[in-house]
Design a protein around this ligand. Structure first.
Ligand code: TXA
Ligand code: MG
Length: 362
């Protein structure tokens, strides 16, 4: 059974000891909690896949200590023999360096050509590796104590909702791992933005997140492509970060065509016709009590309603998304509904992306 431990010096030391023995531990980051293991230890990597029940075609993200930011980050990564500088042309190097300087430490993962020092298991046999320098002080302290970069996917069972508290990690994986460091609730609440910089300097957005497309484009000085499925195939990227169904609650989730305040009775009744007596409702904004009552009247069901942000603050909505989905999943409701996220900001796109995938489960 996992021990949830405060990030004291002793506990960080204990976690680092476990990591050095090839064990895996729960690690807080500013995005979501990760399941960390030494990137250079193949048995630890195998353990990560086993614990998560994750298929081995889904590559892991490698988390680095912030000392790589003390000089030119890309050069530091080449010196650590993690990335192949020779595989990138000058434009690619320039754009990559600019991205790292602008957004590290923080919620940006950059996918780059890897060296043979990075085990193929970590990258699912891809010739590239995803790298990020997390901003969370406990993640940084753990990487420093372990003395190696840490491979860490989100600490949930495969395909399920990412954890944003130590308690969530315990619910997902507590019976399989020895220790979870408690770093509080994740400040961002959505997984990192993932981009790849191709050898010729093309930048592609693989997964939307808190670092928005607009801010990335501003830094690279070039419009970026967004990976659709065809693009993913051309690149040989069948990574589940890009699978349609992902981040899903156990209960079926249905996306409403419009906000509850604009929903008509006929549509509501049709959507809920097969539902049991109790249903869940995830609101993007507004008063959960009021809107929940309205949805109850429209559908004739008992409604458990949660609002992501009463004031409609999109950062707060992102922070609450996964924990709210999790609560609704555990509420006894047999069918869940969510309002669509229609905002135009980058974070709103990231929320919409996660909701679409959560609802795509069949
Ligand atoms: O915020 C985050 O990124 C969190 C925390 C723990 O850092 N981690 C996370 O890991 O979300 P995970 O395993 O749930 O997502 C990893 C995703 C893959 O599914 C894939 O989409 C992308 O990152 N990825 C990683 N390496 C890649 C590579 N070499 N090529 C393409 N995509 C890659
Ligand atoms: Mg994940």
């Amino acid at each position: 059974m996992a021990r949830i431990a405060e990030p004291s010096y002793e506990n960080l030391h204990a976690a680092a000891q476990l990591l050095r023995k090839g064990e895996v531990v729960g690690m807080p980051t500013e995005t979501v909690y990760g399941l960390a293991g030494s990137v250079f230890d193949e048995s630890a990597l195998a353990r990560i896949f086993a614990v998560k029940e994750r298929p081995t075609f889904d590559p892991l993200i490698v988390h680095l200590g912030s000392e790589v930011l003390m000089s030119e980050p890309l050069v530091a990564l080449a010196k650590l023999e993690l990335v192949r500088l020779d595989a990138l042309n000058e434009l690619a190097r320039g754009r990559t360096g600019a991205l790292m300087r602008a957004f590290w430490p923080g919620p940006l993962t950059v996918v780059l050509p890897k060296t043979s020092r990075v085990p193929d298991l970590a990258t699912s046999g891809l010739p590239t590796v995803g790298l990020r320098v997390p901003r969370h002080p406990v993640a940084q302290a753990l990487i420093a104590a372990a003395g190696v970069p840490l491979a860490a996917p989100s600490a949930n069972r495969f395909g399920r909702i990412s954890p944003t508290t130590a308690r969530h990690v315990d619910t997902e994986l507590g019976d399989r791992i020895p220790l979870i460091l408690d770093g509080g609730s994740c400040a961002i609440g959505l997984e990192s933005t993932v981009v790849t910089v191709l050898e010729d300097g093309h930048v592609i957005l693989l997964r939307p997140g808190a670092i928005t497309r607009e801010s990335l484009e501003q830094v690279t000085g070039t419009p970026m492509d967004v990976a659709g499925k065809p693009y993913a195939h051309t690149l040989g990227l069948s990574a589940p970060g890009m699978l349609e169904s992902h981040y899903a609650p156990a209960r079926r989730l249905v996306l409403l065509p419009t906000s509850v305040s604009q929903l008509d009775a006929q549509t509501a009744l049709r959507l809920a016709q097969d539902a049991g007596p109790k249903i869940g409702l995830l609101l993007q904004a507004g008063n959960a009590g009021e809107l929940g009552r309205k949805f109850g009247q429209l559908t004739g069901r008992e409604v458990v309603a949660l609002s992501l942000s009463r004031e409609g603050d999109v950062a707060q909505a992102a922070r609450n998304l996964f924990s709210s989905l999790r609560s609704l999943d555990e509420s006894g409701a047999t069918l869940l509904f969510a309002e669509p996220c229609v905002g135009q900001t980058g974070l709103a796109h990231a929320i919409a992306d996660r909701l679409n995938r959560a609802a795509a489960k069949t």
